[in-house]
Design a protein around this ligand. Structure first.
Ligand SMILES: Cc1cc2nc3c(=O)[nH]c(=O)nc-3n(C[C@H](O)[C@H](O)[C@H](O)COP(=O)(O)OP(=O)(O)OC[C@H]3O[C@@H](n4cnc5c(N)ncnc54)[C@H](O)[C@@H]3O)c2cc1C
Length: 497
């Protein structure tokens, strides 16, 4: 681990590019299911997990800038692999480093530094996804530690992770479940700690990552329980918020790849005697991609500065949620744009454009559904408005620490008062708008630190245009609800002939 990071990342990029760069191997990564042992073995030689492991245990020290750079390099070549390393770092190694018992850390980290071990996190249950705090997986004290029982599903690397971070609630003497959530490490090499997949899922995308419904019936040693600083729920918030602040790393490499593919394709492809690149509508797509890449750079800078495990992120819900939602939307939009530009060829299952559409889609669902967390962002901002006793949008943007620098730019179009009791759908719109304005505030910081000013201006103009159109929708009429239609009623077009 004495290698300089710049040398490490250069070697790592080179290795990734030779693993994913040639056509037959590219097919390997895009088309085949399951982890490729060849890819994992070759990368393990460079010990990518070390970036998320403290120096005291042989790692590179867990510097967020290094972690984000590793994710960036990986997602340029393979979004599924970046998600594997994202989960392994933010949802396993970093929480272990922060909350693990000394003995547990020594035993576990050595498997990641020397070998090719991977870890994952199990929270979601078949009946509890968005409402994860109501999970039914439970633990009781056993003779040697903790016995944990339940069912978990959709955990990335199901059946393949060498270690799991398992979540459960304590079952009390009356068989009731306590409110708090506890975290335990399960070592899959010990049959007593092995979590068994009982139904393999055929996932739509992210072919490299196995998903399943898993039966949890394990007994873990006492020192395998993570030690929260305050409560288990605070630990969970700190962990999830840090993980959401790792989205910029996965997003920026992916956006760069989408942009490179789009530019290359549109320059090479001639339609109607002109290169696609020369069409105005094509330029509109390319400039949005480039603007989103610049804004993602701003999120990377911000995350690199605040998301170390030394900081308690449990109270940073709003910032973390903004990272997650805005960047996952950008990823999906970029993939959709690339597919549009590539045309029919991109719709083949083994073309990067089509694969990217399905691979990036679940980023809008996992770690908090975007529909739900945009609403939470809106609630956070409305709380701020209430605290200053001012529901005038421009004034509130001017006085909020996440938007105060960019607020002036939106003066003309935010000169109105909002209704704090707006319906949920309007809150989702409002959260989407506020999050994008925040992204531009961070983009100004990026510009002030020497980032190419032409790119900053382009990003601000491009995103402002999109915000203006979102504001139009927000201020528009409240669309009607779904109308239940009875069979035999007059809702068939044929009856109207
Ligand atoms: C590819 C992939 C990878 C995953 N990886 C992991 C992992 O590694 N570990 C893990 O533990 N889990 C993982 N998950 C699970 C993921 O976190 C859950 O799918 C997610 O939390 C949503 O839960 P759910 O699927 O049960 O959906 P539900 O909770 O049923 O929600 C479905 C939809 O209902 C709507 N909705 C829900 N609540 C509300 C509300 N209050 N207001 C308005 N609308 C609402 C939203 O549109 C939401 O998307 C993964 C999922 C996928 C698809």
């Amino acid at each position: 681990m004495n290698i300089e990071f710049t040398d490490f990342i250069k070697d790592y990029r080179k290795r990734l590019s030779s693993l994913f760069g040639q056509l037959p191997q590219e097919e390997d990564s895009l088309h085949q299911r399951g982890l490729s042992p060849r890819i994992m073995d070759e990368l393990a030689e460079l010990s990518p997990s070390a970036v998320s492991i403290p120096a005291a245990y042989g790692g590179r020290g867990g510097d967020p800038a290094e972690i984000l750079s590793l994710l960036e390099a990986t997602s340029y070549e393979s979004l599924p692999l970046a998600l594997i390393f994202g989960i392994n770092g933010a949802l396993f190694l970093e929480p272990l480093a922060k909350y693990g018992d000394e003995r547990l850390k020594k035993e576990t980290f050595s498997c990641f530094i020397g070998g090719r071990s991977l870890g994952g996190l199990m929270i979601t249950e078949p009946n509890h996804g968005t409402d994860a705090l109501a999970m039914q997986t439970s633990w009781r004290k056993s003779d040697t530690g903790y016995a944990i029982e339940g069912t978990k599903h959709w955990a990335g690397l199901s059946g393949h992770a060498d270690f799991w971070l398992m979540t459960a609630r304590e079952r009390g003497a009356e068989s009731d479940l306590k409110r708090d959530i506890d975290f335990f490490i399960c070592d899959s090499s010990d049959p007593k700690q092995l979590v068994k997949p009982i139904e393999q899922y055929s996932n739509l995308g992210l072919y490299m990552i196995p998903y399943a419904r898993n039966q949890v019936d394990v007994d873990v040693p006492a020192h395998h329980r993570l030690i929260p600083h305050k409560s288990g729920i605070r630990l969970m918030q700190d962990l999830l918020h840090r993980s959401r602040m790792r989205f910029p790393g996965m997003a920026i490499g992916f956006l760069q790849r989408m942009m490179d593919e789009a530019v290359r394709h549109t320059q090479d492809r001639y339609v109607g005697g002109s290169s696609l690149f020369s069409y105005d509508q094509v330029q509109q797509r390319l400039s949005s991609l480039q603007a989103d890449h610049t804004i993602a750079s701003a999120f990377c800078r911000h995350s690199a500065r605040i998301s170390s495990i030394d900081n308690d992120l449990s109270g940073k819900a709003m910032e973390a949620n903004i990272h997650k939602t805005v960047l996952s939307d950008m990823m999906q939009n970029a993939a959709q744009s690339l597919l549009q530009l590539v045309g029919a060829k991109g719709y083949k299952t083994d073309h990067i454009a089509g694969r990217s559409v399905v691979d990036s889609r679940p980023f809008q669902i996992f770690e908090g559904s975007n529909d739900v967390i945009y609403q939470q962002v809106a609630d956070g901002f409305l709380k701020h408005m209430k605290s200053i006793n001012n529901f005038h949008l421009f004034s509130a943007l001017q006085s909020h620490h996440l938007t105060e620098k960019i607020a002036d730019r939106f003066k003309a179009i935010t000169n109105f008062t909002v209704n704090p009791n707006m319906p949920q759908r309007k809150k989702v719109d409002f959260g989407r708008i506020f999050s994008r304005i925040t992204g531009l505030d961070l983009t100004l910081d990026l510009g002030n630190r020497g980032f190419d000013q032409a790119l900053i201006d382009q990003a601000v103009d491009s995103m402002s245009e999109r915000i203006q159109s979102l504001l139009g929708g927000f201020l528009g009429i409240h669309t009607p609800n779904y109308i239940p239609v009875e069979a035999g009623g007059s809702s068939s077009w044929r009856e109207t002939l």
